[in-house]
Ligand binder design. Structure first.
Ligand SMILES: Cc1ncc(COP(=O)(O)O)c(C=O)c1O
Length: 397
């Protein structure tokens, strides 16, 4: 039986699958089993931050796997590679964030910080945003402000409240002394690349301070130079108590983290959290090599340059097809090209796949361009060229 039939037969069918079996990758390119080449502008959903099969990451994983995969007694013992990663994280973390715990996925990191914020504040409520996405565990689905991720699992966890993103007045009305934490993405990714208005994040931060509420920033998608700076919050003056990270941190190795301030760290007690693989040496070696690569190659500035090129080129495209494209927006290499019509977007998406491009579509009509961060101008030009040709083809039908 071939790969596609085998997966279809034995996997639990949660995904609406794309009928392509990808065998290998290199940089921003991937090849299917028949040897067909594609440009990948999805980076595996914002994950392969330094490209597919980057030798720096492959060597780090390979070397660590021949040294030690998992410490005896897991996180109870110290590990030189974990210590090195913690030190590196302390160099790059914004504001007063200083202490870190490692996890395995974005949802798991968000789950942990919600739990901890509740415990140490003695309060129960969490405010998050409509259109947000924080994961698929029961508590992160409860914190996710999109009905499609929630409605089938009711009743969800209690004490979650929602306010619209970018509406400071709504936040001011909702926040009170029952609220343990506000949880938000600095740019809503899965919700459609929604950019915060000028002063919004700073305003939320101030409201949290005034009400003694912890601010949790979910940088799972935006962290590690995705939007230019190492973290999206670096562009804003705000006080963050908890920050969650995943995706780009491991460059494709499943890894995540959450950071807290020293003040928060002092309030946690032994046993409040843990996990078998948390801070596993293999994951730490992977993350360390990714962060070092981002720093060595000045990826922050590279992303700003390439991101500006993408936005300019897509705005030109919008001018050419105003009847199809309603908006182009983004920061760094997290860019949205919003279509007016789901059917047309679907046709463009299929044509891209046929002509050798993996591009992500969120909400059924918003193309989200979030490739590897070290993509060159030529490579992004090639990918956008396929996208433009697909639009021209569909528009001409
Ligand atoms: C902002 C944000 N938070 C959390 C998650 C969940 O991360 P994971 O899929 O690693 O559990 C995602 C995934 O897309 C995300 O974009």
């Amino acid at each position: 039986m071939d790969t596609i039939s085998t997966e279809n037969m034995y996997a639990i069918p949660f995904f609406k699958k794309i009928p392509v079996a990808i065998e290998r990758g290199e940089g921003v390119y991937v090849w299917d089993e028949s040897g067909r080449k594609y440009v990948d502008l999805t980076a595996g959903w914002g994950v392969t931050s330094i490209g597919h099969a980057n030798p720096v990451l492959a060597d780090a994983i390979s070397k660590q796997s021949r040294t030690l995969l998992q410490t005896p007694s897991s996180g109870l013992v110290y590990s030189p590679v974990r210590a090195a990663l913690l030190k590196k994280m302390a160099e790059i973390l914004p504001g007063k964030l200083s202490n870190v715990f490692f996890a395995n996925s974005g949802a798991e990191a968000n789950d942990a910080v919600i739990k901890l914020a509740r415990k140490i504040s003695g309060r129960l409520d969490v405010i998050s945003m409509t259109q947000s996405f924080h994961g698929r565990t029961i508590s992160t689905a409860s914190a996710t402000g999109q009905s499609k991720h929630r409605e089938k699992y009711n009743p969800l966890m209690p004490n979650y409240r929602f306010v619209p993103f970018n509406d400071l007045d709504a936040m001011a009305r909702e926040i009170d002394d029952k609220v343990a934490a506000v949880l938000l993405e600095p740019i809503q990714g899965e919700g459609g690349v929604i950019i915060p208005k000028e002063g919004y994040l700073e305003g939320v931060s101030a409201l949290c301070r005034e009400n003694g509420v912890y601010l949790i920033v979910d940088e799972v998608q935006t962290g590690f130079c995705r939007t230019g700076p190492m973290f999206a919050v670096n562009r804003h003056k705000m006080e963050v108590d908890f920050m969650t990270m995943a995706k780009g941190i491991g460059g494709g190795f499943p890894f995540a983290a959450f950071a807290v301030t020293e003040a928060v760290s002092k309030k946690v007690e032994i046993g409040d959290h843990g996990g078998t693989y948390c801070g596993n040496p293999l994951g730490c070696a992977a993350a360390l090599s990714v962060i070092q690569y981002l720093m060595d190659h000045d990826i922050e500035n590279h992303v700003e340059t390439v991101g500006k090129y993408v936005i300019d080129r897509m705005k030109t495209l919008q001018k050419r097809y105003p009847e199809l494209i309603s908006d182009v927006r983004g920061r760094g290499l997290l860019v949205a090209v919003e279509f007016r019509d789901k059917l047309m977007a679907e046709k463009v998406y299929s044509e891209c796949l046929k002509t050798g491009l993996f591009i992500n579509m969120t909400q059924g009509y918003i193309f989200r361009i979030f490739p590897a961060l070290n993509i060159t101008l030529d490579e992004i030009g090639e990918g956008l060229g396929i996208f433009e040709a697909a639009i021209a083809f569909v528009a001409g039908q």
